[in-house]
Design a protein around this ligand. Structure first.
Ligand SMILES: [Zn+2]
Length: 847
């Protein structure tokens, strides 16, 4: 198979003007394959050679302008169209196509809960070629007119409104001009909730076995959808560009969601079967807002080539968080962004594989290299840069620039240069220089505060390592005694903005020096922050007493990257968590800090002999949180969605982390037997599988118990839970069977592969797992070559020996990077994983 290069795409875009795809899919031809017939009407601007892409099981026939072509001439995924004459043409292609089990192309899933089958497409980047023939590049937009034949009783969803013409024969209304990667179809006996908003049909859909769970949240999901829709219409001059808005929650989806025009697909874990925290509800809402932003940025105006994916993703990420804050009950989204997303950007930006937010086009020569840039840089760093841009430009000018961009390029394509030029029309500021400093460079600046007392005033100077301009807020805080509780609090004295670099003179403020000076207090910029020593002492001892969660998030992030940089001992971070989290009210913060403490500090940054003590610290912290949330009534649990008290959500986080950190089986075994945590919550399927997984890790359960649990929960999630438990059992037979399933059988779906991998590697089982560290590299390289990018991603992310923090393991990995059989997707994952191992080793060596 050939990947498309940027040069080839540019040549083809100059040659062709594509008008219309008429696609006919027949989904009634069996479980393995479906039939696909495509007619493409296009014009060649001059005479020339080109090609069309398709990845068929069997290419049955082709014709050009009524003349048959020889199917044997298919070369990999390209069919040559030589000596095309100038003028209009019609190409027809009939093929048999294979269903996918990896979430790429036309994914087919049979629900173990009820035997119903569903199919959906994920055609992103170049997977349209797995479904029908196409000139597959983002700047050859076209009208798409699809007809789909299905078994009786199915519903077909598509980009446009769908109607059933005859039994099982569905027609989807033709689209306006869109890119090939944005075409979507989802078919099956969907459970649907439909409504109308602003004169358009809105729908949400899921498989039938999830129906009660979707119904329970339908109002919430649709309310957020409507609120975002209305808010975007206040921000954007261009109206919503498509004829309907469907959101389908689909099984075994690889990403969080995909922004197909008029038919957004989401992973169906977002239809909650078990209890979740309000932060998780906020995440779902953010994804709804993010995908809807793409309807304008990505779908109406599309990148010309894949070097500009940040234009899609950074914008949707920024708009998603900002719009949720403005238009829904989730008003604290930037704290979650600071805790859950920014670290992703900072981490990616400090690896050898970092790249500018907007890479040089030459650095993205083909689709395989473009796929690697869906990372923390393109999402989290880019969104942070846009947030800083809005702080610097003002929102009014920012939106005016965006609206010019939409009106100039609607139903067409645009580049970074277009975007910056359009912003420049709305402001006197030098946007081009800003873009060079922020979007064309790599790495994280570090801003270090120095505070000095000087008579009756104090001075602030900021050292900057790095070259970017920053506009930041400085917050100053003093101790005060809360007379009601007798506890020591921090109160805000003042906030003021400064520009960095400073003009050479320190900022002088009246009065004694504050007890705490926080640089970047509203987290409006993207930089590492180092507090002055006096402020750092105050922060460590009073972190939970800082009034604003966004400020606390910033201080926790500072502690996090000081640990990663070897400047703060991991146990100091753990002690701070133990001290402050019992008083923390922000769920995103509790979750984020506990997650880092468990998966990085306990599992990787501390040497193995210190791990039991770290886990004991975590379980005693969780016990404190459980005590703090005792006495919740049934009503408290019912009102969990949208509740303003952190009770049920906080308790749920504590229960989950207690289970994951348990070093003795007794307590959680009791919970499982009783079916409840004392004082609640009652165990739902998620918590039962979680406990059983931990018992498996500890060797305190067996196959009989796992099979029994699977009888009680035979759903798809249950199948994943059982696979995870089986792989986690500390026996040589269990590990051998899991390895065989992952690396030899090639039958696991993307989701079952991931579940097995998650169970397999356990930091407490290093002796048993040691032989697999060396086996991993050759087996993963061969697997990635056989099964493609989605499984390669899962193998690199979840099946990697991440707890083997030792020089031998790193050396094996470095040797593997020289293997010529390594695919680009796996190479990037391994490079990043090895960098994380090296960092963990450096953290251990630093203390
Ligand atoms: Zn996106």
């Amino acid at each position: 198979m050939s990947v498309l290069t940027r040069n080839e795409a540019q040549t083809r875009a100059q040659l062709l003007d594509v008008h219309r795809y008429t696609v006919d899919l027949d989904l009634t031809t069996g479980e393995a394959t479906f039939d696909s017939t495509t007619a493409i009407r296009f014009t060649a601007r001059t005479a020339g050679d080109t090609f069309v892409e398709i990845k068929p099981e069997t290419l049955r026939s082709l014709s050009l302008d009524g003349q048959p072509l020889d199917p044997e001439r298919l070369d990999g995924n390209r069919y040559p169209l030589d000596r095309l004459t100038a003028g209009p043409h019609e190409l027809t292609v009939a093929a048999t196509m294979r269903y996918s089990r990896t979430g790429e192309g036309m994914h087919r899933f049979t629900d173990p809960a009820d035997g119903e089958t569903y199919v959906y497409t994920q055609l992103f980047m170049e997977d349209v070629q797995r479904v029908f023939a196409a000139f597959d590049q983002p700047d050859l937009k076209s009208v798409f007119d699809l007809t789909v034949t299905t078994p009786t009783g199915w519903t077909v969803l598509g980009n446009g409104v769908s109607t059933q013409a005859a039994d099982g024969r569905w027609h989807i209304a033709p689209t306006p001009p869109i890119s090939t990667y944005l075409v979507a179809v989802a078919a099956g006996p969907w459970h649907s909730v439909t409504t109308q908003h602003a004169g358009l049909p809105f729908g949400i859909h899921c498989r039938r076995s999830l129906a009660p769970h979707l119904d329970a949240d339908a109002d919430e999901i649709l309310d957020i959808t409507r609120a975002c829709y209305d808010r975007y219409h206040e921000k954007f001059d261009e109206p919503y560009p498509f004829d309907s808005y469907d959101q389908a929650f689909v099984p075994e989806f690889n990403a969080g969601a995909m922004e197909n025009p008029g038919l957004v697909t989401f992973r169906d874990e977002f239809v909650y079967r078990s209890a979740v925290t309000d932060t998780e509800r906020q995440t779902r809402a953010m994804v709804v807002a993010h995908e809807m932003a793409h309807m304008w940025f990505g779908d109406l105006v599309t990148l010309t080539w894949w070097d500009d994916i940040w234009l899609n993703e950074s914008f949707a990420e920024y708009m998603g968080y900002q719009t949720l804050t403005e238009a829904t009950r989730f008003t604290d989204t930037w704290t979650d962004f600071g805790v859950a997303r920014k670290g992703w950007g900072y981490d990616a930006d400090q690896r050898p594989s970092t790249h500018p937010v907007a890479p040089d086009p030459d650095a993205v020569p083909d689709t395989a290299s473009a796929l690697l840039n869906f990372d923390g840089i393109s999402y989290a760093k880019g969104a942070s840069a846009l947030r800083q841009l809005v702080a610097w430009l003002g929102e009014k000018d920012f939106l005016a620039g965006i609206n010019t961009h939409f009106s100039r390029h609607k139903f067409a394509n645009a580049t970074l240069a277009d975007f910056i030029d359009n912003l420049a029309t709305a402001t006197d500021r030098d946007v081009h220089t800003w873009a060079d400093a922020w979007l064309r460079t790599t790495g994280v600046d570090t801003l270090t505060a120095h505070v000095e007392t000087s008579g009756h005033s104090w001075n602030l100077t900021v050292d900057r390592a790095g070259d970017r301009p920053h506009r930041v807020t400085v917050g100053t805080y003093d101790h005060s005694l809360d007379t009601h509780t007798g506890t020591d609090q921090l109160t805000l004295r003042d906030r003021f903005d400064i520009d960095i670099p400073q003009d050479g003179t320190p900022v002088t403020q009246p009065g004694h020096r504050p007890d705490l000076v926080v640089l970047n207090d509203h987290d409006l910029t993207y930089a590492k922050i180092r507090l002055d020593p006096g402020s750092w002492d105050t922060a460590l001892t009073h972190l939970s007493g800082i009034p604003d969660p966004l400020t606390r998030a910033l201080v926790w992030n500072t502690a996090r990257d000081m640990v990663r940089d070897g400047e703060l001992h991991p146990t100091v971070h753990l002690t701070a968590a133990r001290t402050h989290l019992p008083y923390e009210t922000d769920l995103a913060l509790v979750q984020g800090v506990l997650g880092f403490a468990a998966t990085q500090i306990a599992d990787r940054y501390l040497p193995p002999q210190d791990r039991p003590t770290a886990l004991a610290t975590l379980t005693s912290l969780c016990r404190d949180l459980l005590r703090r949330t005792e006495g919740l009534t049934a009503k408290d649990w019912e009102q969990a969605p949208g509740t303003t008290t952190p009770g049920p959500g906080l308790r749920l986080i504590a229960v989950r982390h207690f289970i994951d950190a348990a070093t003795q089986p007794d307590a959680i075994q009791d919970w499982l037997r009783e079916g409840t945590v004392p004082g609640g919550p009652e165990l739902d399927a998620e918590l039962r599988w979680r406990i059983l997984t931990r018992l498996a890790v500890l060797g305190a359960t067996d196959e009989t118990a796992i099979a029994h649990e699977l009888d009680k929960d035979p759903s798809a999630t249950g199948q994943e839970g059982a696979a995870r438990c089986r792989a986690a059992l500390p026996t040589a037979e269990a590990k051998a069977a899991a390895w065989q399933a992952m690396f030899t059988d090639d039958t696991l779906s993307n989701y079952l592969f991931t579940a097995t991998a998650q169970g397999f590697w356990q930091p407490g089982q290093s002796e048993l797992l040691h032989p697999y560290v060396a086996r991993y590299y050759p087996d993963a390289i061969a697997l990635a070559a056989r099964r493609g990018p989605a499984i390669a991603e899962a193998a690199g992310r979840h099946a990697f020996p991440a707890h083997a923090v030792d020089p031998d393991s790193i050396r094996l990995g470095e040797q593997a990077l020289t293997d010529p059989a390594l695919t680009p997707a796996l190479r990037r994952k391994l490079t990043d994983q090895l960098d994380d191992l090296r960092r963990a080793l450096a953290v251990r060596d630093a203390h």
